[in-house]
Every structure is written in structure tokens, then in C-alpha cells.
Ligand binder design. Structure first.
Ligand SMILES: C[S@@+](CC[C@H](N)C(=O)[O-])C[C@H]1O[C@@H](n2cnc3c(N)ncnc32)[C@H](O)[C@@H]1O
Length: 264
């Protein structure tokens, strides 16, 4: 297994390229929908882009930093819709190349840049810029083993009014009970609880402005993902996402939104 986990596996890449090109996320789907009528996760992620723009008030004068941007469709989608300036960062150089291509295809290259960088130690060129918004979408859980360091670095990228939006996993139960989900997640450290994370926000000088348990909006996405994994890999040899889906459905894990700002 490489440091990028399944990200170099063909079955994995083909799956995401089919069902949500440019994304590695579940977006936002109303809990009441009939998932059999939804072919993929494209619209769910587009709807999440719209949600972030309106919820965070991103506009043409905004300057966004997207930490752990993956293949960049959230960054590019927000930049394209709003005209904002952007910096997207990821640890995986291949993704950064893909992000740059995506930005060209969507005509937003002149609005920003994509940089290879580790979330827990962003490069000086990232810290030197000023951001109105910082987003971490489905990526902070990679840093749960070292969350204080990650948050200290995040704070060092903020100015007084920077709005922070984090979309992340937490566990609701003992880590031991998440063993099956971790067969997919492959985390070497426990996923933290909401209380652990809130405590670390406080210790880092971050004020929680808003919180939402958004698990219900990703459960339909996991049902779609489960269907698509079973089509492509019936024995779940590589595509083990259904294990995480079950943990969300059983309430072992939650997918949450945190809106934060630095203490004034
Ligand atoms: C589940 S994907 C989410 C990608 C994107 N934010 C999205 O929502 O489509 C998580 C991303 O975090 C990146 N990542 C993992 N550990 C990282 C680290 N230490 N520093 C920077 N990026 C990291 C991975 O390469 C991957 O692209």
C-alpha cells in the first residue's frame, strides 16, 4: 500500500471517474430521495458546491484556501461559479497535476494556483497569502493523529475574519467498534470524537460559529456508492466503501460540518 492508500488503484480511480469526476466526496443529498433514481454522485457534489458558496458567503472578492483538495473539483467549481481567487493544496502530486488540468478546462487557471503541500505543515507560499475562507473537505480525518499541529498551521493561515469550513468524520463510539470501517479507512490512529475535536479547537484559539451533523445528507450517497462498488467489485476486494457506509448508517461514525473563526 502506498502512502496514498487506494488512490493509486485502477478500480478505485475508474469508480470515482465514473460516478463523480474530480471529486472524492459524497456531496449533499436530501435524506428523503429514492436513491434508485440517482445514477451517480455528480449532482450531490455540485449541490454541495452551491451549499458551501451560499452558506459561507463566497463571492468574486473572496480568496479561498482548500486544504486536501484532491482532484480539485470543489476548488474549481467554487472558483468558476463565484470568480473568487483560490489556492488548492494536496499531498499527492498526481492530483495537483489533475487539478491544474481541470482549472484549464474550466477557464479558471488565472484565478489561482494548486500546490503540493502537507496539511500539517503548509509551505511558506501558502501561509504568506491572506484568505477570506479556508475549507477542509473530507480530508481533516487524515490528521486526527496530529490534530493540534494541523490546527495550529490552519490558524497560521488565518486573518481576523477568515471563515473556516471543515467537513469531517467523527466517531460516536469506542474506536474498537469502528474496526470494520477502518478496514477501509486504514487509519493508523483512532478517528476522534466530536468532543475531542471541539476541545482541540478551543486549545488552538478557534471559536465554533456553527455545527451540523450532516450524516443524513451523505447516507443516500453511501447507498449509491455501495450499489456502484458491488457492480464493479462484488467481493469488496478493493472497493470497501460499503464498510464505512454501514458505520454511518449504524451511527458509529458521523459526518459533520464545523464553521469556525479565530478568537477575536
Ligand atoms: C477524501 S479526499 C477529499 C478530496 C477533496 N477535498 C474532495 O472533497 O473531493 C482526501 C484528500 O486528502 C488528501 N490528503 C491526505 N493526507 C493529506 C495530507 N497530510 N496533506 C495534504 N493532503 C492530504 C488526499 O490526497 C486526498 O486527496
Amino acid at each position: 500500500m502506498s502512502v496514498y492508500g487506494n488512490y493509486s488503484n485502477k478500480l478505485f480511480n475508474d469508480l470515482w471517474n465514473d460516478i463523480a469526476p474530480g471529486f472524492y466526496n459524497y456531496g449533499r443529498i436530501s435524506p428523503d430521495v429514492d436513491v434508485d433514481t440517482i445514477p451517480d454522485l455528480k449532482k450531490a457534489n455540485e449541490d454541495m458546491i452551491e451549499y458551501i458558496i451560499s452558506n459561507q458567503g463566497i463571492g468574486p472578492d473572496s480568496r479561498i484556501l482548500d486544504l486536501g483538495c484532491g482532484k480539485g473539483m470543489y476548488t474549481v467549481g467554487i472558483a468558476k461559479r463565484t470568480g473568487c481567487h483560490f489556492v488548492g493544496t494536496d499531498i499527492n502530486p498526481k492530483y495537483i497535476e489533475e487539478c491544474e488540468e481541470l482549472a484549464k478546462t474550466h477557464g479558471v487557471s488565472h484565478q489561482g494556483e494548486f500546490l503540493i503541500s502537507h496539511m500539517t505543515g503548509p509551505a511558506a507560499e501558502i501561509k504568506d497569502q491572506t484568505y477570506t475562507h479556508i475549507m477542509v473537505l473530507g480530508a481533516m480525518y487524515y490528521a486526527h493523529g496530529n490534530l493540534k499541529k494541523f490546527l495550529d498551521n490552519l490558524v497560521s493561515c488565518c486573518v481576523k475574519d477568515t471563515k473556516i469550513f471543515i467537513w469531517d468524520f467523527v466517531r460516536n463510539v469506542e474506536w474498537e467498534l469502528c474496526k470494520e470501517a477502518n478496514r477501509h479507512l486504514k487509519r493508523p490512529h483512532p478517528i476522534l470524537t466530536k468532543d475531542n475535536v471541539l476541545d482541540l479547537f478551543k486549545k488552538t484559539g478557534l471559536d465554533l460559529v456553527d455545527f451540523e451533523d450532516a450524516t443524513k445528507f451523505i447516507i443516500p450517497g453511501y447507498k449509491i456508492m455501495t450499489r456502484e462498488c458491488k457492480k464493479r467489485d462484488p467481493n469488496m476486494e478493493v472497493l470497501t466503501y460499503p464498510l464505512v457506509g454501514e458505520a454511518f448508517m449504524e451511527g458509529l461514525l458521523a459526518y459533520v460540518y464545523y464553521c469556525l473563526k479565530i478568537k477575536s
